[in-house]
Design a protein. Structure first.
Length: 136
């Protein structure tokens, strides 16, 4: 059983995901659901890697990831693909929560690979720190 802080994949590793849409070899992909990816565009959530295969929706696809993937503990409900940051809420310090989607500038630590139903769930995130002004 994985634990918080355990590494799931390092940069340059090849990770298998389920394709939620048809994907062509060489396409950039983003997290579209729990353990799922879809082709990334300028209107989707942030890309996480590049497909190594051409596959149909529902098939497994190998993706080269550019950042490490690590297990963390959620401090709130999180959807796969959400930008996440650590919270400073009492009793949950350091646990991951989704960033606000209100257009304000906000730091984030990474992108959720898995969904969390609430506080205490163990999920994977792609460690990719940054600042975002608005997340659609």
């Amino acid at each position: 059983m994985p634990e918080a802080g355990q590494i799931d994949a390092l940069p340059g590793n090849i990770i298998d995901f389920e394709a939620s849409e048809n994907i062509t070899r060489g396409q950039a992909v983003y997290i579209s659901g729990d353990d799922k990816v879809a082709p990334a565009t300028d209107t989707t959530k942030a890309p996480i890697g590049v497909s190594l295969q051409t596959v149909s929706a529902g098939e497994r696809v190998a993706v080269v990831v550019g950042k490490p993937i690590i297990y963390v503990v959620a401090g709130a409900a999180i959807d796969a693909g959400d930008y996440v940051k650590p919270t400073n809420e009492a009793g949950k310090e350091g646990r991951m929560v989704p960033i606000a989607r209100d257009g304000s500038e906000e730091d984030y630590l990474g992108i959720a690979v898995d969904s969390a139903s609430g506080n205490g769930d163990l999920i994977r995130i792609i460690v990719r720190p940054g600042i975002v002004g608005s997340v659609e």
